[in-house]
Design a protein around this ligand. Structure first.
Ligand code: PEP
Ligand code: MG
Length: 560
């Protein structure tokens, strides 16, 4: 056993992107919220105040668009979205109305933003995610009104570990990965914006690190993005050793090529999560053996009317063509909750994640499902694709599964269901009698097992698939798969965590489906372990006390 070094201090967070980094801390904090109570403006000052607000909002838009013009791809799109919020006529009108009634511009900006944040949060889904942009726009406009520079991340002269309470999309758009060694935030969850950006940039990342406010600017820290640790007081020599080992790990990932195979020579089915033909081609080029999840709802997030069968078919065909001879699992519309689809989602629900989403939308509109199944069947026929499988999201009862399976089989395809609701894991054998395969959606299975909103930045510790409760249900499903001879895949984010991927394999999961950018890391990790080692790790995590202990046990068994 290694003794804790008394000169070192360790702070724990939720690990999101693995990797080691060592360097000085640079902090970025959101500005303090100004006092909401302020004396009313005299009538004579209100016109000028309205002009000040409009000028500040215009300047924010202009600055964001300038940055968008100087960026490309994803970064430019993020900046344009934030600029569009600062130009939003309804938000501006609300603020101006407040100023006309005598509220000073800073307080009017805050009042209007709060009002919209509440509305967006109530609407849920993508709109709820926009609240970070809204607050960002508020802080930028207020900074302009107060004659301060707009908030943003520091532009360091040497590489730093960036610490933040939270990062906004505009903060991270265009972030130069050569100047940032790692990202660490106090808030945020595994699916937060910070995590997505860090994954794209390949920067080690830890979120929900509650005690980082004790760490001062310029302090040298060692970040371990796999363990979720921030260590203070590490000497240069030790840090250099850890960095060398990490470089070897990265080189192994870079050199990985398909097929996915364990160290003992066993082949393993490593598939990809995609959204359309383009991402399917990207997945094929990155080495996926097929598609484990085509999220069809992402094709229709802006559709106000149901697309025709012909139009839908034209969307599915390129994905099937990208994997002409391989397995493709198309998921029917998972509309609702975090992915509202205008033509399919109910307008007002108090708790959208527990509401009419996924297959449940068929209760109101069965024709949407029937048309979609027709379109998938037609696409498979026209492409001569013989390995098209179709699965339903948000199944929670046996009658639903039976009904869905019947509709898919009538159309000559193979039916499966997602395991996202705990009732399905609990009754897994009975569900498996009805369908040909299941795929575990660990994002929702964890959310519903832990009763923790997967989008909440305050609940990252709960929305963690390493939680023993979630692991027990995954294991239960895998055991049922073995007993009934039913293939059990995992297509939630858990499959993209290389350490957890080994545990899942050890539990008996038969395929993993991950975002294309994670294929190499998962493939490389699996190539380093045997099935027996994975099985030991799986057995060990099932006795874990909490998510940290589960990670520790897996690493110990696998020697990682
Ligand atoms: C899941 O819930 O894990 C899943 C894959 O579905 P989605 O993330 O699309 O809800
Ligand atoms: Mg889901």
């Amino acid at each position: 056993m290694t003794r804790a070094n008394p000169d070192q201090k360790v702070i724990y967070g939720t690990p999101v992107v693995e990797g080691i980094a060592y360097g000085p801390v640079a902090w970025t904090r959101r500005p303090p919220i100004p006092d909401l109570s302020a004396p009313d403006l005299p009538e004579t000052a209100r016109d000028e105040a309205r002009q000040q607000f409009t000028a500040a909002a215009d300047a924010v838009v202009e600055h964001l668009l300038e940055r968008a013009a100087a960026s490309d791809g994803h970064a430019a799109a993020l900046l344009e979205v934030t600029a569009s919020i600062a130009s939003d006529p309804a938000w501006r009108k609300d603020a101006l109305r407040r100023i006309s009634r005598g509220t000073p511009p800073v307080q009017a900006t805050m009042g209007a933003t709060d009002q919209f944040v509440t509305q967006f949060e109530r609407a849920g889904g993508i709109l709820a995610e926009r609240t970070t942009d809204l607050r960002d726009v508020r802080d930028r406009v207020i900074a302009r009104l107060e004659g301060r520079p707009e908030p943003g991340i520091p532009h360091p002269e040497h590489p730093v570990v960036l610490f933040a309470d939270d990062l906004t999309p505009a903060d991270t758009a265009g972030l130069d990965p050569s100047m940032y060694l790692a990202l660490v935030t106090e808030l945020g969850g595994p699916t937060s914006h910070t995590s997505i950006i860090a994954r794209q940039l390949g920067l080690p990342c830890i979120v929900a690190a509650r005690r980082i406010d004790e760490v001062e600017e310029d302090t040298h820290v060692l970040i371990d993005g796999q363990r979720g640790t921030i260590t203070l007081g590490v000497d240069e020599k030790t840090a250099r050793k850890r960095l060398t080992v990490d470089r070897e790990r990265r080189a192994l990932i870079e050199s990985w090529t398909p097929p996915a195979r364990l160290k003992d020579g066993r082949d393993f089915e490593l598939l990809a999560n995609v959204r359309d033909g383009e991402t399917a081609r990207e997945a094929r080029n990155a080495g996926a053996a097929g598609i484990g999840l085509l999220r069809t709802e992402l094709c229709f997030l802006n559709a106000h009317a149901e697309p025709s069968v012909k139009k839908q078919r034209a969307i599915y065909e390129p994905a099937l063509q990208a994997f002409a001879d391989s397995k493709v699992i198309i998921r029917t519309l998972d509309a609702g909750s975090d992915k509202p689809v205008p033509y399919a989602t109910l307008a007002e629900e108090a708790n959208p994640a527990l509401g009419v989403r996924g297959l449940r939308t068929s209760g109101h509109n069965p024709h949407l499902l029937l048309h979609q199944l027709d379109a998938i069947a037609e696409a498979a026929t026209s492409c001569g694709h013989e390995k098209t499988l179709v699965m339903a999201p948000m199944i929670s009862t046996l009658p639903e599964a039976e009904w869905f399976a019947g509709l898919v089989r009538e159309r000559g395809m193979s039916p499966g269901i997602m395991v996202e609701v705990p009732s399905v894991a609990v009754l897994a054998e009975q569900f498996m009698d009805l369908v040909d395969f299941v795929s575990i959606g660990t994002n929702d299975l964890t959310q519903y097992t832990m009763a923790a909103d997967r989008l909440s930045p305050d609940l990252a510790e709960y929305s963690d698939p390493w939680q023993p409760g979630a692991l027990a249900l995954i294991n239960r499903t895998a055991e049922a798969g073995r007993a009934t001879g039913t293939p059990v895949g995992v297509c939630g984010e858990a499959a993209a965590d290389p350490l957890l991927a080994c545990v899942l394999v050890g539990m008996g999961v038969t395929s993993l489906s991950v975002t294309p950018s994670a294929l190499k890391a998962v493939g490389a990790q699996l190539s380093q372990v045997t099935l027996e080692e994975c099985q030991h790790a799986a057995r060990s995590v099932l006795g874990a006390w909490d998510q940290g202990d589960a990670r520790y046990r897996a690493r110990k068994e696998l020697g990682i």
